[in-house]
Write a protein that binds this ligand. Sequence first.
Ligand SMILES: [Zn+2]
Length: 139
Amino acid sequence: MRSETRNRPAAYPPRASEAARPFWDELREERFSTTRCDDCGDMTFPPKVVCPNCLSERLSWRPLSGRGTLYSYTRVWAAPAVFGDEVPYTLCIVDLDEGLRVASRLLGDHASPEVGAPVSLVFLHYEDVTLFCFEPGDG
Ligand SMILES: [Zn+2]
């Protein structure tokens, strides 16, 4: 996993709930993590306060590798106004090595990214928040 710094605030920063605050704090420290149920072992993304599989409230934070494969993508040419100066950009669905499916953004000007190819996580440090995205390669 690598990182990039953007010298501006994020165009559309997340509204982090108290329950999700540890995720965003970890991301700022360049750690990518989620919750795992202590009772049934189910991992979910995004992090949860209640296990969607067995309804247990006994969840622990677990690190994720940030590595996966590209499941799907779409190129955005007509974006919401807040992302207007970033078009075109690529949204992607990534299957993480841990078995979780994550929606994110794919960096680079890839006319046609290769579905099934390895991707790795990139931390994007904005002035107000750290976000994550993916790029082709196994990092
Ligand atoms: Zn569970």
